[in-house]
Design a protein around this ligand. Structure first.
Ligand code: ADE
Length: 216
């Protein structure tokens, strides 16, 4: 899967240790995914490299203008044939179901907004899908883009080791992605805080019953 991320802050992506370690770092190393960041500002034809302006009709804040966005998206579309996804709090909620659908694409283009948003004409002409990672407003789309990369990568064959996949399966199937039972690991007694006896019993039927009763 190739992710091309359009942003005003490519270093947020390129220098991010999150992409260098653990599951995502390993997926990059094993060439299961490739993540490239592209600076929208490089496409500005304004002599001061400006990429934002005030909204027509008035109102607070600045909007990202059409020209740098049209040019940067069009340049990327020559190399990446995947859908263009805009990360915005107004988008559809990103769910595990949608993540699994997205994971079927060999390529994705992710557009990160800044300021109060982007000119509507970019959305109308060039954006295929809009996603929100939750009902709150962040300062930009970079963190949401990275969240999407993480969630999609977990769905790709080979990205998770067997034990990690098993956890993923139980999360999506048995627990329907909503609830989890409480987890405990060694020691059985930590400074007087004890693990429930049933989990130490070795009785798998009883353990399963306890877990289902204690979903939260
Ligand atoms: N940009 C700012 N806030 C966002 C959110 N919650 N989801 C996606 N993109 C965003």
């Amino acid at each position: 899967m190739h992710f091309d991320i359009l942003t005003l802050f490519p270093s947020f992506i390129e220098d991010n240790p999150y992409f260098k370690h653990s599951i995502i770092g390993r997926a990059i190393e094993q060439k299961i995914i490739k993540v490239r960041a592209h600076d929208i500002r490089k496409h500005s034809r304004n002599k001061h490299n400006k990429v934002d302006d005030t909204p027509y009709g008035g109102g607070a804040g600045m909007l990202m203008t059409c020209q740098p966005l049209f040019d940067s998206i069009k340049a990327i579309k020559k190399k990446n044939k995947g859908p263009v996804i805009f990360l915005t709090p107004q988008g559809k909620q990103l769910t595990n179901t949608r993540v699994r659908e997205l994971a079927k694409n060999p390529e994705l283009i992710l557009l990160c907004g800044r300021y109060e948003g982007i000119d509507q004409r970019v959305r109308d002409e060039l954006i295929d899908e809009e996603y929100s990672i939750g009902p709150y407003v962040l300062t930009g789309g970079e963190l949401p883009a990275m969240v999407l990369v993480d969630a999609v990568t977990r769905q790709l064959p080979g990205a998770l080791h067997d034990d990690e996949s098993a956890l993923e399966d139980s999360f999506s199937r048995k627990l329907k992605g909503k609830k989890e039972y409480p987890h405990y690991t060694k020691p059985a007694n930590f400074k007087g805080l004890k693990v429930p006896d049933v989990l130490l019993s070795g009785n798998h039927a009883e353990i399963e019953k306890w877990r289902m009763k204690n979903l939260r």
